[in-house]
Design a binder for this molecule. Structure first.
Ligand code: GLY
Length: 361
């Protein structure tokens, strides 16, 4: 079973190919598409150990010259120094504009490799091979690339679309369960903010999804990619509509940062979605059943809806204020009006926000 979703961006359009054992077909597909003459697989040491060898072999069997370049796993690697080191290695190997990069890994690898591809020799082609659920349903699609600097996450980056995205659902078998759940928060985000039918489908098929049954995970990932593609096609550079993909992220980012990144991104987004749903109810935008349904589905998937580590309300507020500075002095929230429909608003009463934040502990 293999599915293809097309991201329609004119001459920068590309396919997202989703299925079991897709990894084995990348060589043949690249040979047909020919985005590059030579390829460099960029991966962290952990994922390279799991899948790098076989991907390299499949490419070689398809007659494609391929190198493997690795960096240490983890968010700590997502910086300009890693990009500089990788660029030097590419230059030493003689890579030029006719060659292409392959991002094999989770969100960190995709963000670093996409950024590197966008600046190396002023831009060379790249493809995404996301191996975490979060990267498969969100970060590998849509062309956001970037690295962190000491002043904040993703503060240096570009919009740069891949030539193709290859999603192999078999790799989810080796993904730590907690990371799978983090990805599920982003999956639930799509249902809660864009598609109520999908939200209900996630509730119905919870057991088989958690058991990683490809009969469910393939259509689930496909539906998320369809929604992301539709949003990106209308607003590639986040001028407006694309901000709906940040449902749960305003408070989520503050939770993540205030915890010193001890809470993973997906879990922080789950807490953020629950909080923002309550905010919508307090503001008279949504009925209480909407917040209850969102909370119940998050809990059904074992996701946290309150902050599981200690820190105080003031710290959390301070991080929201930081966010405020970056959007012209106003905090914008993506508020649910009903399941599958959201509005972007900065009209949130301080008292409501305080009450909701206090409830996140
Ligand atoms: N992760 C949100 C976006 O790609 O716009």
């Amino acid at each position: 079973m293999e599915q293809t979703v097309q991201v329609g961006l004119g001459e920068r359009s590309y396919p997202i190919i989703i299925g079991a054992k897709v990894l084995q077909r990348i060589g043949g597909d690249l040979q047909a598409r020919r985005p590059g003459k030579r390829y460099a697989i960029i991966s962290d040491a952990r994922v390279a150990g799991l899948y790098g060898g076989q991907l390299q072999q499949h490419l070689q069997q398809s007659g494609l010259p391929v190198e493997m370049i690795t960096f240490p796993p983890g968010e700590a690697s997502k910086n300009l120094q890693t990009v500089a080191t990788l660029a030097s290695t590419l230059a030493e190997l003689g890579f030029d504009r006719k060659d292409a990069l392959i991002a094999l890994g989770g969100g960190v690898t995709g963000d670093i490799t996409g950024f590197l591809a966008s600046v190396y020799m002023r831009g060379i082609p790249f493809v995404q091979v996301p191996t975490s659920l979060l990267a498969q349903v969100d970060s590998s699609v849509g062309g956001k690339t970037g690295v962190d600097i000491p002043q904040g996450k993703n503060l240096v980056g570009t919009f740069y679309q891949p030539k193709a995205v290859y999603i192999d659902t078999d790799v989810l078998q080796t993904l730590p369960h907690v990371e799978f759940l983090g990805g599920m928060a982003e999956v639930i985000k799509y249902g809660a903010s864009i598609d109520a039918g999908f939200f209900a489908w996630l509730a119905t098929h919870r057991e088989s999804i958690l058991a990683l049954d490809p009969v469910r995970t393939i259509p689930m990932i496909m539906r998320c990619c369809e929604m992301k593609a539709a949003v990106v096609e209308q607003d590639e550079r986040e001028g407006g509509l694309r901000r709906i993909l940040n449902f749960g992220h305003t408070i989520g980012h503050a939770v993540e940062a205030a915890s010193g990144y001890r809470i993973n991104h997906g879990f922080a987004v789950a807490i953020g979605m629950r909080a923002v749903a309550e905010l919508a109810v307090k503001g008279g935008i949504a009925r209480p059943e909407v917040a209850t349904a969102i909370r119940q589905l998050l809990e059904a998937y074992g996701l946290p809806v309150t902050i599981p580590v200690e820190f105080d309300l003031q710290t959390l507020r301070a991080y929201l204020q930081t966010d405020k500075k970056t959007v012209g002095g106003r905090v914008f929230f993506v508020l649910p009006e009903q399941l599958g429909r959201v509005r972007i608003s900065d009209e949130v009463a301080d008292a409501d926000l305080d009450a909701v934040l206090a409830n996140t502990f």
